[in-house]
Design a protein around this ligand. Structure first.
Ligand code: E4P
Length: 216
């Protein structure tokens, strides 16, 4: 299993990369808008910083515009993955882009049936949105497990990305589904590191050592 950073923030990316745990990055237009910076400049900065795959999302629902945006993004670096929306026009674009050798990540999938369609169309990555699936009242763990099973049975090359996590408990469950990648926001990744009992234990050891040293 790999972890991608779900962010367009350079500071957060630099910090997480320094921990050695991030294998790639996913962005979306909402995350980019939040940064309030020039889109192309920021994407190029991220592509330089992250050695692994970086997903950059198209900003249209029109198939031919998706393809021209994808071609443009693809010229920005060798690690570009073009994020394509899960809809009929998106599937058409994915088919063409996979024939052109441009990598794609079909995004905003909420069901295993959508995920397998994206995979069959030729997507390199398929993203299922855990938090949003739960918001609709569905069992995100079951959806992810179904997708993992379907992908295995169909021998598709696509890798499953689970995203849209709001809390660590969701990540804990997602890690055990067999999905290839979890894309997680920096605050949730930070929460994964800490455990009050760990902090307390480390402090206990340090305090005991300090007391021993002073008593010498
Ligand atoms: C994944 O690639 C998406 O960027 C992200 O996880 C979307 O999640 P949201 O529900 O927080 O918008």
């Amino acid at each position: 299993m790999e972890i991608f950073a779900d962010t367009a923030s350079l500071d957060d990316l630099k910090e997480l990369l320094s921990w050695g745990i991030v294998a790639g990055c996913t962005t979306n237009p909402k995350l980019c808008a939040k940064e309030g910076v020039d889109f192309e400049k920021r994407m190029k900065e991220i592509l330089q910083l992250v050695k692994g795959p970086v997903s950059i999302e198209v900003t249209t629902n029109d198939s031919s515009r998706m393809i021209s945006e994808a071609k443009e993004y693809n010229s920005w670096g060798s690690n570009v993955v073009v994020k394509i929306p899960m809809n009929v026009n998106g599937l058409k674009a994915v088919k063409t882009l996979s024939e052109l050798g441009i990598k794609t990540n079909v995004t905003a999938c909420m069901a295993a049936k959508q995920a397998i369609l994206a995979a069959l169309a030729g997507a390199d990555y398929v993203s299922l949105f855990w938090g949003r699936i739960e918001d609709m009242g569905y069992d995100a763990k079951k959806v992810a497990e179904d997708a993992v099973k379907l992908f295995g049975e169909s021998s598709v090359k696509s890798r499953i990305i689970l995203g849209s996590f709001r809390q660590v408990s969701q990540v804990n469950a997602a890690m055990l589904t067999g999905a290839h990648i979890l894309t997680i926001t920096p605050p949730v990744i930070r929460d994964m590191v800490t455990n009050p009992r760990t902090t307390e234990t480390i402090q206990e050891f340090l305090d005991t050592w300090e007391a021993f040293r002073k008593g010498k």
